[in-house]
Structure formats: C-alpha cells, structure tokens
Design a binder for this molecule. Structure first.
Ligand code: AMP
Ligand code: GLY
Length: 423
C-alpha cells in the first residue's frame, strides 16, 4: 500500500507514526511534511493547499489511499478532487467540511436541529452589527464566519471593545473574506473538552476525550495560540456526560449532516463546553485537532489504517475501536514570541533516548540534511503515555528537559488543571 498524508505539522507526524504500525503500508508520502517527518515518510514539496498538484502527485505515484489532515485543503475540496481521480481518502468532502469552514453554517445547523450551543445572531454588515451591540449586554464572543487560523473568535468585554472588533473584522478585514459575515454570541462558562470522533456518516465512534491549553503562558495567561499542550483523557468528561453528549450532540450532528445532504466521513472534532445547563458545542472542526491528535492517537489500540478504511467504505459500524487505559500528555516546545513574532533557524538537539516521543511541528533540515533547525512557531510536541495522569505529565516534562534549542519556550503547567479535577 502506498499512502499519502496531506499536511506538515505535529498532527500529521502523529498520524504518520501511527499509520506506520500497519505492516501493509509500504510507503508513506507527506505533502509537504517537514524536517522531522522526513524520518518517517518521504516529504514532497507540494503545499497542502495546492489541490491540483496533490491530485497529479497521487495519480503519478499510484497512491492507494490519501489522508487529508488540515482544514484548508478539506474546505477547498481536496477530498472531492482526489475522489474524482479515483483515490480513496480519509476526510470529508467540501460540502461536509463547511461545518468548520463557516461558523454561520455550523450555528444555523445547530439551531435547526436543536443541538445545544450558545445563543447567537449573524450579521453581514458592520452597521447592523454595531446597532445590535447597543441593544445587548456584554460580554459577547464575536467570530469571523470563515477560517482564520484559529484566531477568529474574540471576546468583547465592553461595548467599546465590541465596536473595535466588529470594525477590524468587517471593515478593516483583518481575516480577509472570512470576515464578510460575523457571529455574535453569548459567553458560556464551564470546563472545555475536546472530543474527536471517527464517523462514516452513519456511525459515530468518539475517541478518548482531551483537554487543550490554548493560551501562550502558564495559568492560562497571554494570547490565544493553536494549542500549547494537551492531556487525554479529560477528567471532566465523565461516562455520564459522554452518554449525554452522544444523545444530544454527536448523533444529532451526524444525522443533521446526513439530512442536509452533507454526509460527513472522517474525523469530526467536537469542541465542547460543560456549562451549568449541560454540554454545549463551542465549535466543530472537520479534522483531527492539533495538538489533540498527539495525545489521543498514542492511546489508540486498534490499527488506525483499518479504522480509516472502514470510515471511507461506510463500514465503521462493523469494526471495534479500542483505546488503551491510561493517560497521555503532550507539551509543545515553541519559539519565543509565538504566536506573534518569532525567530527561526536555530539548531535543535534531541537526546536519542526521547526521539520516538517527539512529533515535529515546525522544523526543517539544514542544507546538508544533517541538522534539524527550527522553522515555525510551534516547533516540537513531546508526548508521554503512562498509567496515571501524574506520571504522564512528569514523563513529558522529563523528556522536554532532554531537548534544547535557542529561544525555546513552553508552558510549565500542562495538565495541572486536569490533575486538580481528579483530586
Ligand atoms: P473557537 O475559535 O470558536 O473555537 O473559539 C476559540 C476559543 O474561544 C474556545 O476554545 C473557547 O475557549 C472560547 N470561546 C469561543 N466561543 C465561546 C463562547 N460562546 N463562550 C465561551 N467561550 C468561548
Ligand atoms: N487545538 C485546536 C484545534 O486543532 O483547532
């Protein structure tokens, strides 16, 4: 089998390492991959959004199966294009990926099908949005409709902040066309849980839950990032809550997408908030979370490729998906300054003993191919799996101590909140 994975970050590295456990897979290509992924796959210099080149590569190289991991190519129709070329894929078609690609679509879907989420209004002009702000209480969340690198949701604590946010999104267009429409919604409170689920459009199989740490600095301070670390499973997500989510959120979402003619096949990510009124949806993503995949996939016991094929072929209900007991923790090692300005090009030294626990997010190889150099904001994901959460966290930080690069920073409190919830 020749498999191709579209994408080039820590999530894709985690997917590739897991796929490699299947002996039937002889070769894995990563488009574009990165300097660390190059140890586990053949990296091909084709960007994740270059759909035509991706399809041509797949045909020329007789690819049997493609995994499209990031949101952009999914929303742009990479799976549609590959499928038209006769290549089996893991990932939703564009019509289904819209559940992440348009917040307006996602919110309207939830309203139509009674799926619990924050109350909201949609606006297509700044004048109407500004007028609305005068009539409601603050705080509110204001969100650009389209993809915005995870930065499209902003908290307005006062009307003045709300006006500034509306103007920046709708008039100054800081997120481009993604800000042609906005959603203004009530603020929910409660612990957040990420649940990734395999679905073939009929059956939905949730994976172990996880907890992201989105802020840049300890104690949830500093700006929002793509994620500075994760733990799994999330202790707030009890069996009782899981059952409630299945009945009120997961199954209704899958059925709603089916009814709308947008059957979702792939990994559907439910960003949930456990509010005093029960679990509600904060957002949907049409893909594995990053860095959620890095803690969830190491706990997966069933062969990932077998599950993916079952999803593609609509047979997910026929197979058993098992996770091992225990916990995992992922600490992100980043470039100082991320998510704002940062410098790259620093040599990375990783002790040989921990190399298997590292998923590389943003690094490239030096010209002679011998040295790994930093190339991104989030550079490495360091993961440890253990029987207890305490051991998983301790192990991850012990590994972090064996890795060095200049200007490195990481959070020191990944999993701390989760540990307190267990006590
Ligand atoms: P999103 O881009 O929609 O995932 O939002 C990013 C983050 O903002 C979420 O992970 C939450 O922490 C927070 N957030 C978004 N919407 C709300 C809301 N309505 N109430 C409370 N927190 C929210
Ligand atoms: N870690 C959140 C995301 O993947 O969007």
């Amino acid at each position: 089998m020749r498999v191709m994975v579209v994408g080039g970050g820590g999530r894709e590295h985690a997917i590739i390492k897991k796929l490699k456990e299947n002996p039937k897979i002889r070769q894995i290509y990563a488009l574009p991959g990165n300097g660390g992924i190059a140890k586990d796959a053949i990296c091909v210099n084709i960007g994740a959004k270059d759909i035509q080149d991706i399809v041509l590569f797949a045909i020329d190289n007789k690819i049997d199966y493609a995994v499209v991991a990031p949101d952009d190519p999914l929303v742009l129709g990479a799976v549609d294009a590959l499928s038209r070329a006769g290549i089996d894929c893991f990932g939703p078609i564009a019509k289904a990926a819209e559940i992440e690609g348009s917040k307006v679509f996602a919110k309207n879907l939830m309203k139509k099908y009674g799926i619990p989420t924050a109350d909201y209004e949609v606006f297509d002009s700044s004048a109407k949005a500004l007028a609305y702000i005068e009539s409601v209480d603050m705080p509110r969340f204001i969100k650009a409709d389209g993809l915005a690198l995870g930065k499209g949701a902003m908290l307005a604590r006062t009307k003045e902040e709300a006006r500034a946010i509306i103007r920046s999104i709708m008039e100054e267009k800081i997120f481009g066309a993604s800000g042609n429409r906005i959603v203004i919604e009530e603020v929910m409170t409660g612990p957040e849980v990420s649940v990734l689920a395999f679905t073939d459009g009929k059956t939905v199989v949730p994976m172990v839950s996880s907890m992201d740490h989105k802020r840049a600095h300890d104690n949830d301070e500093g700006p929002n990032t793509g994620g500075m670390g994760t733990i799994a499973p999330n202790p707030y997500y009890t069996d009782e809550i899981a059952e409630r989510c299945m009945q009120t959120i997961f199954l209704p979402t899958i059925k709603a997408m089916h009814k709308e003619g947008r059957e979702f096949r792939g990994c559907l990510y439910f960003g949930l908030m456990l509010t005093p009124e029960g679990p509600k949806v904060v957002e949907y993503n049409c893909r594995f979370g990053d860095p959620e995949a890095q803690v969830v996939l190491p706990l997966l016991e069933t062969d990932l490729f077998t599950i993916m094929r079952a999803v593609t072929e609509g047979r997910l209900g026929e197979i058993e998906v098992k996770f091992r007991k225990g916990y995992s923790c992922c600490v992100v090692m980043a470039s100082a300054g991320y998510p704002r300005k940062y410098q790259t090009g620093y040599p990375i030294s990783i002790d040989e003993s921990v190399i298997d626990s590292v998923y590389v997010a943003g690094a490239k190889l030096s010209a002679d191919g011998r040295q790994l150099l930093t190339s991104g904001g989030r550079v490495l994901n360091v993961v440890h799996v253990a029987d207890t959460l305490e051991e998983a966290i301790k192990g991850a930080y012990e590994k972090v101590a064996k890795i060095k690069f200049e200007n490195e920073y990481h959070r020191h409190d990944i999993g701390k909140k989760a540990l307190m919830a267990l006590k």
